[in-house]
Design a protein around this ligand. Structure first.
Ligand SMILES: [Zn+2]
Length: 211
């Protein structure tokens, strides 16, 4: 009788969860799998002969394998949550840099928050945020968006915050300074920010007629 033996890598699932699959371009389930070499007899794994030799993450939808670092990226859900938080903190910072009681500026801040998915954001909520939100965390919030937003997304973000500042008249130096720091945290150059502000000042706010 011929005894056929050998070795083969075998994967064991050690964790599951939700991640952003770069292949699917969406949030998906994943399996975190650990590979070990096993001794096989007649192609049947008998016992492991090595320590774990590496982990991989497999998408349960497209079955693509990724390195474990893929789990470091936020899911779409987490990213949307960051975006909502950053927009609120940025709008509040802008209101504080100008006139927090100006009706049109508050209206622009509410519109900006609603556009990120907070449909029920309204003036009482804004009043609460003005009291509760410190603006010292703004940089961290905005920086967390830098890798997830493309250039267009960054421009839209800066433009929405700029509209809050422009609602009560042309931008003042403290308002411009704030927009510069937001742009810098997003990785945009000062010239790029300047361009966005010029375009935003010339174009009507969403909801206004364009003629
Ligand atoms: Zn996938």
């Amino acid at each position: 009788m011929i005894v056929i033996f050998g070795f083969r890598a075998r994967l064991k699932t050690i964790a599951t969860g939700t991640f952003f699959c770069p292949r699917c371009g969406a949030d998906r389930g994943y399996l975190l799998q650990q590979a070990r070499r096993w001794f096989t007899l007649f192609f049947i794994p008998i016992f492991p002969v090595s320590k774990p030799i590496g982990d991989q993450v497999q998408c349960t939808t497209c079955h693509t394998n990724f390195r474990p670092e893929v789990l470091d990226a936020p899911t779409s859900e987490e990213f949307s949550e960051n975006l909502r938080g950053a927009m609120r903190v940025a709008s509040i910072a802008m209101l504080k840099a100008s006139d927090p009681h100006h009706a049109a500026a508050r209206h622009a801040a509410i519109a900006a928050a609603r556009e990120t998915g907070l449909e029920h954001y309204e003036d009482a909520w804004l009043a609460n945020d003005l009291e509760a939100i410190g603006t010292s965390t703004l940089d961290n919030y905005v920086r967390s968006l830098a890798t997830g937003l493309n250039d267009q997304g960054k421009e839209t973000f800066v433009a929405k915050v700029a509209r809050v500042g422009m609602a009560d008249g042309p931008l003042t130096p403290p308002e411009t300074e704030l927009l510069d720091s937001i742009g810098a945290a997003l990785g945009l150059s000062a010239a790029h920010v300047r361009g966005i502000l010029v375009t935003t000042a010339e174009s009507p706010a969403p909801g206004e007629t364009a003629n």
